[in-house]
Design a protein around this ligand. Structure first.
Ligand SMILES: [Cu+2]
Length: 74
């Protein structure tokens, strides 16, 4: 598996359980190798296999959990 890493900017989080929710939601996606979110900086660092899951899929999952996210590099 060829892992790609991206750091998304997630907004709408207020505490550690918010970041845990984002990590759980993104971690359930197929193709995601690891995810780590810091609620104070809004950084969601994701390692994933781009052949299985896209950045857009990851952002959509975060939005589905009630937060917002964007790829600052795009
Ligand atoms: Cu919270």
């Amino acid at each position: 598996m060829s892992a790609t890493e991206v750091t998304l900017k997630t907004t709408g989080m207020h505490c550690r359980s918010c970041s845990a929710m984002v990590d759980m939601t993104v971690g359930e996606l197929g193709g995601v190798a690891s995810v780590s979110t810091d609620h104070s900086t809004g950084d969601t660092k994701v390692a994933f296999d781009p052949e299985v899951v896209s950045i857009d899929d990851i952002i959509a999952a975060i939005r589905g959990a009630g937060y917002d996210a964007e790829n600052p590099a795009s």
